[in-house]
Design a protein around this ligand. Sequence first.
Ligand code: CGF
Ligand code: PLP
Length: 839
Amino acid sequence: DTPQFEASQSDICCIEDDRTGLSLETLVRGFADNLFYVQGKYPGNATLNDYYMALAYTVRDRLLQRWLNTIQSHLREDVRVVCYMSAEYLLGPHLANNLLNLGLEEQIRRAVEATGLSLDDLIAQEEEPGLGNGGLGRLAACYMDSLSTLEIPAVGYGIRYEFGIFDQAIRNGWQVEITDKWLQLGNPWEIARPEEAVEVKLGGYTEVYHNSQGAYRVHWHPGRTIKGVPYDTPIPGYRVNTANTLRLWKAEAPQDFDFQAFNTGDYYGAVKQKILSENITKVLYPNDEQIEGKELRLAQQYFFVSCSLQDMIRMHLNAGGSLETFHQKYTAQLNDTHPAVAVAELMRLLVDVHHFQWDKAWDITRKTFAYTNHTLLPEALEKWPLELFGRLLPRHLEIVYEINNRFLDRVRVKYLGDEGHLAHLSLIDEQGERYVRMAHLACVGSYAINGVAALHTELLKQDVLHDFNELYPGKIQNKTNGVTPRRWLALCNPRLTDLLRETIGEDWLVHLDQLRKLEFFVDDAGFRERWRGVKQANKQALSAYVREHLNIDIDPNSLFDVQIKRIHEYKRQHLNALHIVSLYAQIKLDPNADIVPRTFVFAGKAAPGYFMAKRIIKLITSIADIVNNDPDVGERLRVVFVPDYNVTNSQRLYPAANLSEQISTAGKEASGTGNMKFALSGALTIGTLDGANVEIREEVGAENFFLFGLTAPEVKQLKQQGYRPRDYYKSNPLLKETIDLIASGYFSHGDRELFVPLLDSLLKYDPFLVLADFQAYVDAQKRVSAAYCDTENWTRMSILNSARMGKFSSDRAIREYARDIWKVQPLPIELEGSVEFFE
Ligand code: CGF
Ligand code: PLP
């Protein structure tokens, strides 16, 4: 039967007692108590951070009953639980989001103001937990929000990195990385549960033995043991009583780590062991879509997956369940292959620790996991050298071999004598150095596989997972990504939210399709005026921010053309840069050139080791330096690189955009989620037929989307024919002029070497077809400029973009996962009366 996903929408009510009540008096009292008793400060010596902490605890106090009730109810009702396993969660700040979801903003604002402080200042004080690189981690955060809002029993499992994604500064036009010390002033949202710590083993060797019944068993003698300590953060749903748990694991040395070493007087040896243990969760690897084959990274992956599976097994057994029914009680979603070693770990736990027969264990394992693929880029498909894998996880390598042998036996039967198929499907890559292919392990060890946008899923079936699709027809399905309307509309765009509330109510917060009602207003000139007013105010706010922080004057009336995302060649920030240079060249040739004024906004981090991406940043900042200071340009062009792209900063960028740049090479961007956030706030998209752009265009209408560029099949064909980028350069005078201007040292104080690596790569290889798409992009940009001049029509298109974004809610995505993959039901949570502690 189909699950009911109507949120129960209970009026948010905290239990009115003197601890967690909502009256002005109780709130102020709670705030003051937390400042005094938790932070240990008087108002006289409190810092802004002390006040933020005290307020966060005051909000958390009002969330705890929901959270504990949720956990209790899930246990009592013995419900099926989704475990989302993700190495990344890019949560963004909690305070404002929790106020929104709990419906407490007004009361808390009044209480804070009653003390003479400003709520906005305290909200701004929060250091965001940047435990992710970009889209994939942010998706996990949106999904946690939707799981709670839809009242689906869920736990998010991940890693509590001590240092999250680095903070980015721009110095002399280059990216500089700064350690993200997000925990340094304390994290009021988490609760450590050391009593639920588990042990994880690494290294060592295995030994075969026969048990008392003569059965063959394997014993793993690990080289070292690490303790995993869970830190829990409640994730409240929007205006429901459900608050699911995000459980992040921290690595520590086990209690007896130093026992022997200390006894033998090896003090430094003991300390070294402790540090080695803690290193595992020290830092997030800052690469998006690029594997870094470091042993520590595999250790991180294995560590959190082993902790999580042991945790699930413990809970299941404690609740009186038998492991035979483990897969009925839990389903685990593998967010990309980062947690894919879970397949081997569950087998180990079932076979070696709980003494299951292999076949039975395999049946349970395959029914437990489902796998989401997020990329087609070959450099992002994880594989581990056998030697490294075996050194760290000797038992798991044996298990992978055994899984592979049994799997290939089945494949052999199907493809009689066809060694090619065997080699393609094998979990071990045998061409040259041998590797474990993590995507293959995830495909074989799961009951469902999904892509993240329709085009991506099709390409997976045709290409990267072609043989698996043939072997398991129907197993690969599509689940187009979505974003939470709570953070990405209500929270980040309060002006638009007010207008929506007045016009169509607020049902869209949980039923994003309701935005369709806006279509009734597109022909209402008064409404369009107000719509423009909102966008203008958002642009003014961004202009003020840019003025204050970057000392650049931008014109809020200009077209705000925004590209914000990780810096990557496939995302083609350099294509955007070439367009800017082409406009600038036009002005230099004809100072009176009629150019629609534009402000180009960029933001994004480059992986620290990604040479080309860092040069792209330097190119953009160098262009900005020249263009912004050239009197010939006047007000017509501005280029701004906003440093330190993260959730906090993104929240002021999406709402201010007129134009959203989604210009990846077709077939390379699996989905994109930034594209959805822009359109939700009324930006129009200039984009290729890539990832979710395809579906966005379908929804908003081709006439409300600026399409350009080669399609995925055309890209493939051009590459097969032998792509010669230099031919485009030679035959297109505008392109030649643009590239020559950069090469001449014009943007680099005469330094002709600075951009050689970038330009050489474009002219010689151009792996992402920048030059092939250049003219089509320039032409589409001309259409954009013309359209922007027709203010009324642009506003119509903007309204229609927002109005038709219903599909891209993460609630829709999670409903689909729940219905088609997980088969889970929501459980509304009752709030029982006031907690009686000591009777
Ligand atoms: O996942 C991505 C992003 N880089 O994190 N992938 N990975 N790996 C894709 O490239 C995006 O297209 C996608 O939107 C995101 C979430 O699925
Ligand atoms: N990083 C942050 C902070 C985001 O908000 C988003 C948006 O989803 C992303 C990365 C991913 O952006 P895109 O989908 O454009 O790659």
